[in-house]
Design a protein around this ligand. Structure first.
Ligand SMILES: C[S@@+](CC[C@H](N)C(=O)[O-])C[C@H]1O[C@@H](n2cnc3c(N)ncnc32)[C@H](O)[C@@H]1O
Length: 388
């Protein structure tokens, strides 16, 4: 063991050092953190070694000089010690008998010295949820193929976090319904994120695919959490109490079904990231002048009508008493469709200008948005109430 540690320390201090990861637990020892990452960084006063310690929820970062006592750190109870240089990967596994098994393999890595001012992630890479979702490897590192998803989850949690400041969702319990949840990456991450803020987090994931339900129930069992999954059409989701309704990249009018369901069930927050949209594309044959130029070219028309669909969805929610903004949502397979409609119920009455703009757009373009049809009664009532 001491020989192996000495070898690893020498590699960490060498100019070829790329990264180190300490994880796992040695028999009868309780390391302070779940995982420790070490990497070289260039700071104002030269190259330092950055130690990032993660407890599974938060990362704690410190920068140290090369003469730091790495031997003590490496000996502080971790069972897996990985040290990569530009050309070799050293892996030490500590056996139950406290023997170090060292293996060395050839690698080709480059040393990245730029000081990575990474933003604090909402959930650390090493969080149990990412292992359960098979997004992270056994060392708790996000797999390269899942990095985009991880960033998408992070951005989504950031957007939700800003919204939770609303006094509408106070109290001990919060109920989330994810409509079109797929493999529920965002659903489980949201559950994990909310559990520190609320005593009870109830989750329902709805997807028409039976295999999604089965997959998600297995993940919930791995995480030992109570989350319900339903294999059903969004439109057939039973009515129930909901605080936050989310619908991320549910196809075409499924987003409208989700928004309708959320409004009908009195959701306080709605987060909808639309996906492909065909409904208005087929309704618009020609455009009122002077807008003819904008629908002359197929590609431009497609993008314009996508934006029109989302603007109308946002406006309908506004007319129904939601404060709405449309923000950029990174990730998603369609880069041009990385929009997220975020709506928070305030009950504010819409202005006459808002009503007028909505009616003028649908009249001038001779369109009937699917969501406006679904919510026809509610829209009529909202208009009547504000006129009286
Ligand atoms: C692109 S995936 C997105 C999954 C997940 N929301 C995410 O962002 O990772 C869309 C999911 O919506 C589901 N879906 C689409 N239309 C649906 C509908 N009308 N009812 C229920 N599920 C639907 C699909 O089966 C698919 O799993």
């Amino acid at each position: 063991m001491p020989d192996a540690i000495a070898q690893l320390v020498e590699k960490i201090r060498s100019p070829q050092f790329v990264r180190a990861v300490l994880s796992g637990q040695r028999r009868n020892l309780q390391p302070k953190y779940l995982r420790i990452d070490i990497k070289p960084v260039m700071l104002k006063d030269g190259v330092k070694l950055q130690i990032i310690s993660s407890d599974g929820k938060k990362d704690f970062t410190k920068n140290v000089a090369a003469d730091f006592d790495f031997a003590q750190l490496l000996n502080s109870g971790y069972a897996n010690l990985l040290v990569d240089t530009e050309t070799e990967s050293f892996q030490v596994k500590v056996s139950k008998k406290d023997e170090a098994l060292l293996s060395v393999s050839k690698v080709k890595l480059s040393r990245e010295l730029a000081h990575d001012r990474q933003k604090q992630r909402m959930l650390a890479e090493g969080n149990q949820v990412f292992k359960a979702l098979d997004m992270a490897d056994i060392l708790g590192r996000i797999k390269p193929s899942k990095m985009d998803k991880y960033k998408q989850v992070d951005e989504f949690l950031r957007l939700i976090d800003q919204t939770l400041n609303t006094p509408l969702i106070s109290g001990d319990e919060i109920k989330v319904v994810d409509l079109g949840c797929g493999h529920a990456y965002l659903t489980f991450a949201l559950q994990e994120f909310l559990k520190d803020k609320y005593k009870k987090v109830s989750i329902l994931g709805v997807d028409e695919r039976e295999d999604s339900k089965q997959h998600n129930e297995k993940v919930a069992a791995k995480l030992k959490i109570e989350a319900k999954f339903l294999a059903a059409k969004i439109a057939d989701t039973p009515d129930q109490k909901v605080d936050i309704a989310i619908a991320l990249h549910a196809c075409d009018t499924a987003t409208d079904d989700a928004i309708y369901w959320a409004v009908k069930n009195d959701a306080k927050v709605i987060m909808a990231a639309p996906c492909c949209m065909h409904e208005l594309q087929t309704q618009i044959k020609e455009s009122p002048e002077p807008w003819g130029l904008l629908t002359k070219y197929g590609l431009v028309k497609e993008r314009l009508v996508d934006l029109m669909t989302d603007s109308l969805r946002a406006q309908i929610l506004k007319l129904l008493g939601f404060r709405v903004d449309i923000v950029e949502f990174i990730g998603g397979e369609h880069t041009a469709r990385n929009i997220l409609i975020r709506a928070v119920k305030t009950g504010a009455a819409p202005s006459d200008l808002d009503k007028q703009r909505f009616h003028q757009l649908i009249n001038d373009w001779q369109i009937k948005p699917y969501l406006a049809n679904l919510l026809a009664d509610e829209l009529k009532a909202a208009t009547q109430i504000s006129r009286s």
